[in-house]
Write a new protein. Structure first.
Ligand SMILES: [Zn+2]
Length: 569
């Protein structure tokens, strides 16, 4: 038994995520966590909401709510949707927790003591009416490029030109509308990533087994242009981890907080502390190599846009601390999932969002499609035709049909218990050989975190059972050799349990349904396929389940196509 720490990129608090976000981090992390637990390993799977920063403040203001209340509410909303998708976090934390505040301040202090933080004085827009410095997104004005009147301080949404707040014509505060703005000097803390470049480079180079997508992004940031730049880690905001605190080795940072990208990854550790505080567990044996974490394997899952922060910024924090924290062992990154000929768009409501998906179909349907089409080697695309085909063929025709056929046949000829008699012949021996090979391949792909390949192999394992049933034809055999038909039915009913166990990482609800139908709680992994096909003995009672997966009709597909084309706002 090994120990595995798994984290998925933490979703930002503002709003409900779409299916592309889900398949790029949380869902494959859940797949891996469920697989490792199924193999008997000890797993700690951590996720959280990323709650600090300007967008949270703005969203709360728009909703007319206090930002802390807003985050608490949205955390509950995201947690509920995560439960709906059966994401099996050991803990779903919050980056605004007391634990994260303390740990973020600890890292900042240690980094400063190690000479890795420098103070930088720069000029920034100050609003006299609001009595505060304004982040770029808090300033709006007319775009000097296209004349759009609501261009933001960092970018014009109309012509996409990157802007500086000083470029805007008639700039004003988003908070108060005041135009009484002036440039004032302000101080910020910078993490000296440039001083860490060689150490980070050496560490990345040692990861020969990482996906190219991960290492190529890391190396680009390390080496392109002037190389890795120092990064501002504070902002003029009130919502966040205060940058001035007791024991801070700097002064004059009152009213500033740490930048959200500094504190968010630290929340992986802090969320494990939250878990420990809640359960009485020991967080340090997962994170401190001097306290038991030296034998932990740590895997992170994320979309490609998050790779720079996880290969460079967060490791710079960890390595720069010179403390024995656990570093990531493997980063699995994903490309983007596109939606029906374009991109998902939160602002235009284009594509399917997590809450909407669960309103129209149970989570297994989505889990299966998303994972079996995960954007691993390239971007992939969701289309309703493909979704319909995949659900109807893989889930309904192959797996669902197998379960339905053999349970109904056995019930009608032998009653609802595994029938007695008969022996296995060549056909059964051939099936055992094929399944053994395929199960080993499936394990290999899962160990390698090759999500699509694992899905393909699992489907092939389902197909093998259907083909066996088709060629063995117990309904015909029964007429002349009922004992032989009994042996075939017994094997096929045991296959349902085997399918339930193997399929659990992908479609956990169907697994529960199959195990309940077979009236067993035996989730033991089929290390020995032959033994697994004899696990349920003759005389063991079962029930015939309701339809495992229903088909998606053409009419539904067309309705959904129109409904999710984009008009949410
Ligand atoms: Zn413009």
């Amino acid at each position: 038994m090994a120990r595995h720490l798994i984290t998925s990129a933490i979703p930002y608090i503002n709003g409900i995520k779409h299916l592309g976000n889900l398949v790029g981090s949380q869902l494959p992390a859940d797949l891996f966590a469920r697989y490792l637990r199924g193999r008997g390993h000890e797993v700690m799977y951590i996720c959280a909401t990323d709650e600090h920063g300007t967008p949270a403040e703005l969203a709360a203001a728009k909703a007319g709510k206090d930002v802390a209340d807003y985050c608490a509410e949205m955390h509950d909303v995201q947690a509920e949707i995560a439960r709906g998708f059966r994401l099996s976090f050991d803990h779903f934390g919050r980056s605004s927790s007391a634990q994260n505040r303390a740990l973020t301040q600890h890292f900042a202090r240690v980094l400063a003591e190690n000479g890795l933080i420098r103070e930088v004085t720069e000029k920034q827009m100050y609003s006299v009416a609001d009595g505060r410095f304004l982040p770029d997104r808090y300033i709006e004005g007319t775009c000097p490029n296209c004349g759009y009147e609501s261009a933001r301080g960092d970018q014009c949404d109309n012509c996409t030109k990157q802007l500086d707040p000083v470029d805007l014509i008639n700039p004003h505060s988003v908070i108060s509308g005041s135009t009484e703005l002036e440039m004032r000097e302000t101080k910020h803390l910078f993490l000296r990533q440039s001083a860490m470049k060689d150490k980070l480079s050496e560490w990345i180079d040692s990861k020969a087994d990482w996906p190219v997508l991960t290492t190529s992004i890391a190396k680009k940031w390390l080496n392109d242009g002037d190389g890795l730049q120092d990064r501002g880690i504070t902002r003029d905001l009130s919502w966040g981890v205060p940058a001035q605190f007791d024991g801070a080795p700097w002064q004059g940072m009152e009213g500033k907080v740490f930048y959200v990208w500094f504190d968010a990854p630290i929340e992986y550790i802090a969320a494990t502390q939250e878990w420990a505080d809640k359960t009485g567990g020991d967080w340090a044996r997962w994170w401190r190599t001097d306290k038991g974490a030296e034998d932990v394997t740590y895997t992170q899952f994320m979309g490609k846009d998050n790779v720079p922060f996880h290969t460079l910024s967060f490791p710079a924090t960890i390595l720069g601390s010179d403390e024995p924290w656990k570093l990531v062992d493997y980063i699995k990154s994903f490309n983007y999932l596109n939606y029906d000929g374009g991109q998902f768009s939160t602002s235009r409501g284009r594509g399917v969002f997590m809450d909407q998906a669960l309103e129209i179909l149970p989570s297994d349907y989505w889990r299966w499609w998303l994972l079996s089409h995960a954007p691993e080697s390239a971007d992939s695309e969701f289309t309703w035709e493909n979704f319909q085909t995949s659900v109807n063929k893989d889930l309904a025709d192959v797996l669902g049909n197998f379960v339905s056929r053999i349970t109904k046949f056995t019930r009608s000829k032998f009653g609802e218990a595994l029938p007695e008699g008969g022996t296995w012949g060549e056909r059964e021996e051939a099936l055992i050989v094929e399944l053994t090979t395929r199960v080993r391949e499936y394990e290999r792909h899962m160990d390698d975190k090759e999500v699509r390949k694992a899905a393909t192999e699992l489907r092939a394992i389902w197909v093998a059972g259907n083909e066996y049933l088709q060629s063995a034809a117990p309904w015909t055999v029964f007429k002349t050799e009922p004992e032989q038909a009994a042996a075939q039915a017994r094997l096929a009913l045991n296959l349902i349990r085997l399918y339930a166990v193997l399929s659990a990482p992908f479609i956990p609800d169907a697994t529960d349904t199959m195990l309940a139908a077979m009236q067993t709680e035996d989730r033991s992994w089929p290390t020995d396929v032959r033994a697994a096909l004899e696990a349920l003995p003759a005389g063991h009672a079962f029930t015939t389940p309701e339809v495992l997966f229903r088909k998606i009709t053409d009419e539904e597909r067309e309705d959904w196509q129109v409904r999710f084309a984009g008009k949410r706002e």
